[in-house]
Design a protein around this ligand. Structure first.
Ligand code: MF3
Ligand code: CO
Ligand code: CO
Length: 280
């Protein structure tokens, strides 16, 4: 029997397969999540606090009948994660202002009609150093290459290999301590999506699987540590770290990306440069 109070529980070792109605629900959740990330683009400027960004995310969610999944999740206190410079992931918004030259990942997960859309992008705060821009490009391309190999019959290892081979050829490293995840009516479900590995390893992809791909790529070594707040993950060598994330579904023929920017702002996620002053 099925009714609205059916419990959705994580089933270790089994990957849920979803039908057309679930795809429609994920399209809606993914789109709203991407629209929130689009809404933030003009806001990410020197002097703006990550608390102000967090408030904007919360209000956007409520205004659109959604709820930010991270708020109260295992005690997490905010509506998004904001991870600046050497912060790898799970940075907690605070009253500290962004500074010119920072790179910041903003990670938003919305629950819409019970379904989760989870996405993150890197934003440049004003002008950023060349090496930072290179890291953003490498990380964004890593995610694109990981998504490009998704189709029925491929393995999870194909995704990991596509990301790892590219990132390491660019002399960057892949964080091992965090991974992507299945999601749908649950935030974090089976399977784990490793951002490294070899083609042929891991589960075989089937139509109807939903998961995130969210590689964290470092300019230095891959090792991370967690700060005393219990959440903030940073690179041990304090090298710059970047991440992009999409929520995707496996289709009969390939992949559907639920969290693409409707405005084409997936990359670069930064405001257009000011127009040159016109002559009188
Ligand atoms: N959105 C993150 C992810 O990509 C999870 C954040 S959980 C939090 O899976 F509690 F740290 F917010
Ligand atoms: Co995620
Ligand atoms: Co996320």
């Amino acid at each position: 029997m099925n009714n609205s109070t059916t419990l959705v529980r994580r089933q270790p070792g089994s990957i849920r397969l979803h039908g057309p109605e679930a795809f429609a629900a994920m399209r809606k959740a993914g789109r709203l999540t991407a629209e929130a990330l689009d809404m933030l683009v003009p806001m990410v400027q020197p002097g703006v606090t990550t608390d102000a960004i967090d408030r904007a995310v919360f209000e956007f969610a409520i205004d659109h009948k959604a709820f930010p999944a991270t708020l109260y999740y295992h005690g997490y206190p905010r509506s998004c994660c904001t991870s600046i410079n050497h912060v790898v992931c799970h940075g907690i918004p605070s009253d500290k202002p962004l500074r010119e030259g920072d790179i910041v990942n903003i990670d938003v997960t919305f629950i819409v009609d019970g379904w989760h859309g989870d996405a993150s992008r890197m934003y440049a705060v004003g002008e950023i150093p060349r090496r930072a821009m290179r890291l953003l490009e490498v990380t964004h391309e890593s995610l694109e290459r990981g998504m490009a190999v998704v189709k029925p019959g491929a393995t999870l290892g194909h995704i990991g290999e596509a990301i790892q081979v590219f990132a390491e050829a660019e002399r960057c490293s892949v964080v091992r301590d965090f991974c992507g995840h299945g999601l749908g009516q649950l935030f974090h479900d089976e399977p784990n999506i490793l951002h490294y590995g070899r083609a042929g390893e891991g589960a075989v992809l089937k139509p109807g699987m939903f998961f995130t791909i969210e590689p964290m790529i470092n300019l230095g070594r891959p090792h991370v540590k967690i700060l005393a707040d219990g959440w903030t993950a940073v690179t041990r060598d304090r090298s710059l770290s970047a991440q992009f994330e999409h929520t995707i579904g496996v289709t009969e023929t390939g992949v559907e990306i639920f969290t693409r920017s409707p405005k084409g702002l997936d990359f670069p996620a930064q405001p257009a440069p000011p127009r040159p002053a016109t002559l009188p």
